[in-house]
Design a protein around this ligand. Sequence first.
Ligand code: GTP
Ligand code: MG
Length: 375
Amino acid sequence: EVGMNAQDLGKILHREPAEIVKKLFMLGIMTNQNQSLDKDTIELLAAEYNIEAQEKVHEDISDIDKVYEKLAKQAKEAKHQVKRPPVVTIMGHVDHGKTTLLDRLRHTNVSEHEAGGITQKIGAYQVRVDDRLITFLDTPGHAAFSNMRARGAEITDIVVLVVAADDGVMPQTIEAIDHAKSAKVPIIVAINKMDVPGANPQHVTEQLMKYNLIPEDYGGDTIYVNISAKTGENVDELLQMILLQADVLELKANPKQKAIGTVVEARLSRGRGPVADILVEEGTLHVGDPIVVGNTFGRVRVMTNDHGKQVKKATPSMPIEITGLNDVPESADKLVVFDDEKTARSVGEARASQALQKARENVQHVTLDNLFDTM
Ligand code: GTP
Ligand code: MG
């Protein structure tokens, strides 16, 4: 069986399942919300909505990756660029102390409240150091979350690689190095758990040198800091090194334009509807801005900062949570601000319809596969 029903299609099309059922009824097909539909029916429905969407939107604005690129380019060429906070992703093997390090920096205790002490999502926070800000992304170290680590590396300026001094280089340490390298992001090594008896930073350093992370003492250019997230030893030193590295990168952004950003995480909240954690990359995002995010659209309704405080606007490198979307976007989806809600809506709908088209093609594959399976 194909498996898609009116509920699934409604989600893709941003329509109530009941509306889909009604539309199908008008087309002469009787179904309920849960009944799976065959390929012909899905095709028929896709055609109906596709025509509607194509009438409304010009092709190239519905390719929001292009709109995103255009706005990113505009920002890079802008005259009034300003310094922006670095975005730093904390990576490393499971239990090596990433969340504890962030807890220390933020004076919180997230790690104690995590199920099984394991991070399962990317968390985004800002920390003030002297008069500067650093944006931190916490990633899970568990083997199962490789995708999240890859995404974390892609939206960051600097990776802090946490390696426990009593455990050394482990599989996800190596994986994190690979992600950072393929995203061409500089790595700062934080050898953690220096307070533990038997901590052997020298051994860890030797292991990491095999991955071309050569400390300055050995003629390389990788910054190493030996820390204890638990006692706080050398954590300030680590922050200073991050700021130093950020200065070298000369990170700038243009806050005076339409915002672009990336989805860090998204979910459906019972009371608030779709909720998305966004990292603003360029421009300033305002409450009320019409937006397209991945295959969904809406208007920024409530914007909350990393302290849970409502804010009216968000500038580059700021992580915020927004509500007001029509549907739950996916992690790594791009956010783009449009001039008006009408355009945002039609672009969003066109993209949803394209997504449906793709889903339909996948359905075809499934049917073919099934066919071969039975032969
Ligand atoms: P995942 O997110 O699941 O990959 O783990 P994590 O890297 O975030 O590790 P987490 O911060 O949850 O710490 C794992 C355990 O190590 C906890 O029990 C911490 O209390 C402990 N820990 C972290 N840093 C230190 C440290 O510097 N010294 C000591 N002694 N224990 C630490
Ligand atoms: Mg963690």
